[in-house]
Structure formats: C-alpha cells, structure tokens
Design a protein around this ligand. Structure first.
Ligand code: ACO
Length: 448
C-alpha cells in the first residue's frame, strides 16, 4: 500500500460553551488572564446528556454517512481516549453497535490510553496495519474522544471536549512520511489520574509546561537527525509549510514554535534571519535547564518567531482556541483547523505534527498533503467537517451554569441507577445522547 494516511475526517464538539472572558470575570482572575495569558477564546463542555461515548458514536456515524462508507468496509477501529468511564470495557466495544447492525464484527483494535497521546498511538497502529502484511484491504478508523475537565482552580479554564474520527487507508490526500518520526518517552508525574473516584487529574501545571517543551526539543532533535540521515541535509523550519501542536491552550503553542526556532538557531545559526541571530545570541550559552527557566529567552524567541508563527502556525489554532483542550483530539482538531482555513492551497505541502501526552509520551511526525480524489479530497474533507457552521450553531452558557454542570457531573461520575433529563433540544439532528445508566451500570444512548 502506498501513501497510507488519512482519507477522510469528521469532527464533533458539544454545542454548549462558555466565553473565556466571562469565565475570567466569574473566577475573579485578572482581566486578560485566560484570553491573552492563556490565549483562549471559548471552552466547550459536555452537559449531563453527553459523554465521550456519545460523542464518538456521533462522530463515527457521521463519518460513515457523509463519506458514504459501508460499515462492512471497515477492518480496524482504534480509539484514543484518557476519559475513563470503564476500567475494562473499551469505548471501541460501544462503537461496535454501529457495525454489528450491518453484520460486521470482524474488526480489530481496542482503546489506547496515555493522557493526550492515545489518539496518536491509535493512529500509528492503524497506519502500520495498512502498511503491514496483516492488512486485508479494508479501511481503518481512528477515533479520538475526550472530555477535559479540571477541579476548580487555575487549570479549569484549560478544559474542553470533542471527538474526531479519521478514515485510514492507502492513496490518501493526507499521507504519512512514515520514516520521519521522532519520539521521546519518559517517567514523570506532571499530570495523572490516580484518583479513580474522580474524573479530575492531579496536575503540576508548571512542571507539565516544562515537560512539554523538553519533550518537544528531544523529539525535534531525533526528527532532525533522521531527516538528515535520509535526505543528506539539515532540517530547519523552512523545510515544512505548517506546524501543528497538541494545544492545551494557545500560549503554549506560541512558546513551542518559538522553542523550535531557538533549536534551529542553536544547531545552525545560518538557518534563522539576522534579527533572530542578534536577539537570540545572548542565550546561546544557557544550559538546557536554564533555557527552560529563562523568561527573557521565552519573550525574545516568541518575538522573533512571530512572523513565521503567523504563516506556519496561526491557521492551525482556530478550533483549539474556540473549544479548549480536547486531550487526544486536540492535535487533530488543530490539524482540522488547517484544513478548514487552507484546504485547496494545501496540495504538495508538508505538515509537521507534535503529539504530547503527560506522563510522558511524545512524537513529532510528518505528513505530506495531496489534493486527492472526491470524496477523499482536501476540499471535500473541509466541506464535510463544516467547522464554521458547527461553531456558529453553538449555544453560550453563563459561567454559573457551567460550574453547576461540573458539580452535577462530579456526582454522576462512576454512579449507577439514574436517568438523564434526555433533553436534547440543544443538540443537532443525528447527535447521540445518554438517556440512562441502569442498576448494573449499563449505559444507554439514543440518537436525535
Ligand atoms: N493579562 C494577560 N496575561 C496574563 C494576565 C493578564 N491579566 N494574568 C496572567 N497572564 C499570563 C501570565 O503571564 C502567563 O503567561 P506567560 O507564561 O506567557 O507569562 C499566563 O497568563 C498564565 O498565567 P499563570 O500565572 O502562569 O497561570 P497559572 O499558573 O495560574 O495557570 C496553567 C496556568 C499552569 C497552564 C494551568 O492552567 C494548568 O495547570 N493547566 C493544565 C495543565 C496543562 O494544560 N499543561 C500543558 C501540557 S499537559 C496537558 O496537555 C494537559
């Protein structure tokens, strides 16, 4: 199989959201902290009728319907998620309801979990399957689904929720450059979920930022090394058209791109422009550790990378800023933003993606885009996803109602024997929603 990659995509996020500006005022944070400081516009959240299972049922059904894929053509289905509803039964098995109806139970794959990285692990599994001798000629589907919720405090505004489905196969408009990957994995406690009675993580915010940037540096180093071995020349930011980052909040994405430019400067000063050389010179003697602590370096590198950020990163930031951190779906929602903003201009372009999951696991990898053939074309993917339409038809909640919903969900987490309001008035037609959890903890969903 050649040009294996993503043939089609669909995205779903809850239609319910709060404005970060309102949340800021409600929380008593200083004005601008969430909007300018974190760089976020809105935060989407699941009400009591939605969860990661309903969102993934919605997104997979929609993918199959909108691209007219017969469910019998699917041979592998992988889910990435860090939102635990059941410690044994995978989300994938819930999705089997869609396929069993059509008589297809011959579908490999289960769930992958490690913080925000599970979706990338699932994606690599699927791509590797299509490239392998076990491939039976059918398509794979990868689903990333998460509801990111935090306890009250500084991390809460970095929540969000969404599900993404991707159809995987050969001759894809979004093809993997499979040899170009740099991975870094290590044991740290930056963000984890040891309390099985709570949906909220334990998070060391500052440490998680540093871990993220250190992982980025290391992945970039390995990536560049592999590129140089393969292509016989150095890699620099100019060798890719777009950079897409896992996006817990936009400020970290700005810092990450700045960090890559600083890496280029350190490896080969001639690959950056004169202003950058001049402004970054003062920092070339910092040790690695010092460089993560230096606020001056952070400021200087963000400043000199701004023009490149505007062309190579800004088009990828729309959905993460509007929806918030979607954990496993965050990176792919950033990529979906790029397709939405630039669809027809993307043919021939190289896009680099950085996936980060706390704990920690991270990979930097490369995609090559082609226009593709209908229905698997870049322009049709953008049309099907209808990002603008979905953002426009949302319903804004006041922060008080958001907080109330979080409280209710704390009670519902791990609970049994309740029925939901079954109020699906805010959901668009075709959306799945939770109706009941019975005395045996079995969950029931309906479709609007
Ligand atoms: N106007 C403008 N900017 C402001 C204002 C204001 N009024 N107030 C603060 N800021 C800026 C700060 O200067 C800072 O920006 P800087 O880093 O460029 O200086 C930014 O806003 C955030 O302010 P902090 O004081 O650093 O925020 P705090 O420590 O309260 O919380 C944090 C931020 C740590 C990111 C928290 O939201 C968190 O823990 N989030 C979850 C962890 C996370 O997402 N980690 C990322 C990788 S792991 C993962 O994906 C889950």
């Amino acid at each position: 199989a050649k040009n294996v990659g993503i043939l089609a995509m669909e995205i779903y996020f809850p239609p319910t959201f709060v404005q970060q500006e309102e949340l800021e005022a409600h929380d008593g944070a200083s004005k601008g902290k969430y909007t300018i400081g974190l760089g976020q516009d809105c935060l989407a959240f699941c009400t009591e009728v939605e969860d990661v299972i309903s969102m993934s049922l919605t997104v997979v059904t929609s993918l199959l319907e909108k691209y007219k894929i017969d469910p019998r053509q699917i041979g592998r289905l992988e889910v990435g998620s860090e939102t635990v509803i059941d410690k044994s039964k995978s989300i994938k098995t819930f999705l089997m309801q869609i396929f069993e109806k059509c008589g297809n139970t011959d579908i490999e794959g289960v769930d992958s979990t490690n913080a925000c990285y599970g979706g990338t692990a699932a994606l690599f599994n699927c791509v590797n399957w299509v490239e392998s001798r076990s491939w039976d000629g059918r398509y794979g589907i990868v689903v990333c689904t998460d509801s990111a919720v935090y306890a009250e405090g500084p991390a809460r505004p970095t929540g969000g929720a969404a599900a993404i489905a991707m159809l995987i196969g050969p001759d894809a408009p979004i093809a993997f450059e499979s040899k170009l990957r740099g991975t870094h994995m290590s044991h740290v406690y930056d963000f984890y979920k040891p309390n099985l009675a709570s949906e909220y993580p334990v998070v060391d915010g500052k440490l998680s930022q540093t871990c993220y940037l250190m992982a980025l540096d290391t992945c970039y180093k390995y990536f560049c090394h592999k590129y140089e071995k393969l292509e016989g020349k150095q890699f620099s930011l100019s060798d890719a058209d777009y950079f897409v980052f896992h996006s817990p909040y936009n400020k970290l994405v700005q810092k990450s791109f700045a960090r890559l430019l600083f890496n280029d400067f350190l490896r080969n000063a001639s690959s950056v422009d004169d202003t950058a050389k001049e402004k970054l010179g003062a920092f070339s003697t910092l040790t690695g550790d010092e460089s993560y602590q230096s606020r001056d370096l952070e400021k200087a590198s963000q400043q000199v990378s701004k023009p490149l950020y505007d062309t190579k990163v800004q088009p990828t930031t729309l959905i993460p800023k509007q929806v918030g951190n979607m954990y496993t779906a965050s990176l792919y929602a950033a990529f979906a933003s790029l397709l939405h903003n630039k669809n027809s201009e993307l043919a021939g372009k190289r896009v680099i993606l950085f996936s980060y999951g706390s704990g920690l696991t991270a990979t930097l990898f490369s995609l090559r885009l082609h226009e593709g053939q209908h229905p698997f074309s870049l322009s049709n993917i953008a049309t099907v996803m209808d990002v603008a339409g979905k953002l426009k038809s949302r319903h804004e909640f006041p922060p008080g109602k958001f907080v109330e919903t979080m409280k209710l969900m704390e009670h519902r987490y791990g609970a049994k024997d309740f029925v939901t309001s079954k109020d699906c008035s805010l959901l668009s037609p075709g959306t799945y929603y939770l109706t009941e959890v019975d005395p045996m903890y079995r969950r029931f969903y309906a479709r609007k």
